[in-house]
Design a protein around this ligand. Structure first.
Ligand code: SF4
Length: 355
């Protein structure tokens, strides 16, 4: 594996080839840190020291007629989650304000279900335009399932910046995780978003029994579709779903290689460590920040994430800065580290070497 060649390609905004992406996934653990360091050069070039904080607000939970086998909200799920139909707008506003006060720069308004009715789109559009009026600098992403051109255009006109619609897994693996819609349905929706001015956010869930080739395949297909943002979820094997007990191969080292592979295929896109980072990356979460430039703050849809304050400490401790806060910069460091001459001051000197 020629990491320097891959870094050079990435700096020129070219993706690693599928073969190179496979090599990354299949590298031994002792190669993980060199791979992370190489991927980190791309992350720093395009995103400097910034970490985007996203905050999820669950507008509608559970009761979904679809049967995505990883999902605690699916048809027939016995997972122990809260179910409700359309949260009260005052409750949504409180949640949004809490997320923004915690440092979030993007709010993700999410609802379970196949897709929104016309009335649902109007309801969410109202929430979006209120939110944008109060916080014009905060990005709003909506995630409501399948939408057509008219619904996507309405959401965009209301002020939505982005729309999340994950691919989740590859075309060849899709039938084993869902029978109520197809991979093509999802990719068609990504195209609807692009046509209607919504920034497409689409990612994956790793650990659902897919092969390495299938993981590379879906990440590459997302690049072909020109997505702006790639959330990488690691399977949370909820009890009461068909995938309970799966995802054991997701060691922290493998998760870091997966994230690095995604960075090499999407050198200049937002790559987000999403659900499952706490469970699968565990103490390696700060290392993942060398590769990803975006995380969710706090809780996920139906599971608890790390507390927001802990995430902020982790970001600062790892030498990064949340977007929009003092010290966050767009300036990438010089690509070749400048050599700092270390002047010898003799044993016992208390002066810092760079004084
Ligand atoms: S992933 Fe979305 S569409 Fe699939 S079951 Fe869950 S809420 Fe429904």
């Amino acid at each position: 594996m020629n990491l320097s060649e891959m870094v050079q390609a990435g700096l020129d905004r070219r993706s690693a080839t599928p073969e190179q992406a496979l090599e990354i996934l299949r590298s031994p653990d002792e190669m993980t840190m060199p791979i992370v360091a190489a991927a980190g050069r791309l992350r720093r070039r395009f995103f400097a020291n910034r970490v985007r904080l996203n905050y999820l607000v669950n507008l509608k939970s559970g009761l979904c007629p679809e049967d995505c086998s990883y999902c605690s909200q699916r048809l027939g799920s016995r997972a122990d989650i809260m179910t409700y139909s359309w949260a009260d707008p005052a409750v949504v506003d409180d949640a949004v304000e809490a997320g923004i006060a915690g440092g979030a720069r993007r709010v993700c308004l999410v609802a379970s279900g196949h897709g929104p009715s016309r009335r649902d789109v109007d309801r969410v559009s109202g929430l979006v335009s209120d939110l944008k009026t109060r916080h014009p600098d905060v990005e709003v992403c909506v995630c409501l399932g399948f939408v057509d051109d008219e619904k996507a255009a309405t959401l965009h006109e209301a002020g939505a910046d982005a729309y999340n619609h994950n691919a989740n897994t590859s075309r060849s693996h899709y039938e084993s995780i869902c029978s109520t819609h197809t991979y093509q349905d999802r990719m068609d929706t990504v195209e609807v978003l692009k046509r209607n001015g919504l920034s497409p956010c689409s990612g994956v869930i790793a650990g659902m029994g897919e092969t390495d080739e299938e993981l590379v395949d879906v990440i590459w297909d997302l690049r072909r579709h020109g997505v702006d943002s790639v959330p990488v979820n690691f399977l949370l094997p909820f009890e009461g779903t068909p995938l309970q007990g799966q995802g054991r191969e997701l060691t922290p080292q493998r998760c870091l290689r997966i994230l690095s592979m995604v960075r090499f295929v999407h050198p200049d896109a937002e790559v987000r460590a999403a659900a499952g980072r706490e469970m699968h990356l565990r103490t390696m979460q700060p290392v993942a920040l060398e590769v990803v430039n975006s995380i969710f703050l706090g809780d996920y849809l139906t599971s608890e994430g790390a507390a927001g304050a802990k995430d902020l400490d982790m970001i600062r401790d790892a030498g990064f800065v949340p977007e929009g806060q003092t010290g966050a910069t767009d300036r990438a460091p010089a690509e070749e580290p400048t050599e700092v001459p270390i002047r010898h001051r003799g044993i016992g000197s208390q002066l810092p070497v760079n004084a």
